[in-house]
Design a protein around this ligand. Structure first.
Ligand code: SF4
Length: 319
């Protein structure tokens, strides 16, 4: 397995595409559309949401991602819609900030977003650990091979640098506008495990040639606007990575087997069926149904993720 940097001739900006060599063929990145075509033809792109779906119910994974059956769109309440919109706006605000664009606090129209921004300014979550010699890479995607498939994720902010001993480190930041979650729960989330594993496997691609990013130098910080002065940082290690990667590979092999056999069993856990719109396909209507807004939130997350997929292969050129 190896990574290839390939620069295309897209206008005004260079593209850093992370491609992979599999056992028997080389994916050569000559154009974004070609890469996308090859990926669609040969492999499944797995995100935290797709992986979680596969583990919750294989039949749902098949219906949702292979047969592409629609997930009905239920109207959100005005309050929920406004909160979702604010969350997106705040992420865009921080993206602009880390791209180096000036943010005028007084020019932020929405009072809630203005308050979040002031919280951020007052509680700069980076401590004193980061020297001036770091790179801030907002909204950065990474894709790595996982068995017969590809694993991808996008970080709100990736900070790359070197520590006092001149060893490369990588630190992911994830901005949260919802209710804070405790560290134990965050540790168990697929987002945490997948992001850290992604960087351990593929993060060296962001470094100069012959530099290696080791798991002990990878961290992930969740920063909640509602707990702005107490960010939660989760460190990684080689031992953790071995466990996580072995588990991810096991799930990928399971998915390969399910695809080969075209075998997609129904979950035994009716709690999953209660938030699933495919009940009529499975004769599981007796499970009941959660509030429609919960379904719509799942849809919104997945719709957003689908729009991000194209960006996973477009990462700003690194010096
Ligand atoms: S209704 Fe239940 S068994 Fe059917 S796809 Fe949904 S979660 Fe799976």
């Amino acid at each position: 397995m190896a990574f290839i940097k390939d620069y295309t001739d897209l206008p005004d900006f260079l593209i850093f595409s992370i491609c992979v060599i599999f056992d028997d063929f080389l994916v050569q990145c000559t154009s974004i559309s070609e890469v996308r075509y090859l990926l669609m033809e040969s492999h499944l792109m797995l995100s935290q949401y797709k992986l979680a779906t596969f583990l919750a119910c294989q039949r749902r994974f098949q219906l949702r991602y292979l047969r592409h059956l629609p997930w009905p769109n239920v109207p959100l309440s005005a309050r929920t819609e406004a909160n979702l919109h604010r969350g997106q706006e705040f992420h865009q605000l921080l993206e602009r900030h880390f791209l180096g664009l000036p943010i005028a606090s007084a020019a932020i129209v929405d009072a809630q977003i203005g308050q979040w921004w002031r919280q951020f300014e007052a509680n700069w979550p980076f401590g004193n650990d980061f020297s001036a010699n770091v790179r801030f890479l907002p909204e950065t995607g990474l894709t790595v091979p996982l068995g017969d498939h590809l694993l991808y994720g996008r970080f709100d902010l990736l900070v790359m640098g070197k520590d006092k001993e001149n060893i490369p480190f990588a630190h992911i930041f994830d901005w949260k506008t919802g209710k804070p979650v405790d560290e134990a729960a965050l540790n168990g989330r697929w987002q945490t495990r997948l992001y850290l594993a992604l960087l351990a496997e593929g993060g060296s691609a962001f470094l100069p040639q012959n530099s290696q990013l080791i798991p002990e130098k990878i961290s992930l910080t969740y920063w909640y606007v509602q707990a702005a002065d107490t960010p939660i940082t989760i460190d990684y290690s080689t031992a953790k990575h071995k466990r996580s990667w072995a588990e991810l590979r096991k799930h990928a092999a399971h998915l390969t087997e399910a695809t080969a056999k075209d075998s997609w069993p129904l979950t035994d856990d009716l709690a999953h069926c209660r938030e699933c719109v495919y009940q009529s396909y499975c004769d599981r209507r007796e499970a009941g149904m959660v509030h429609p807004e919960r379904l719509n939130k799942i849809e919104l997350v997945e719709a957003e993720e689908a729009t991000l997929l194209n960006e996973q292969l477009l990462t700003p050129e690194l010096p």
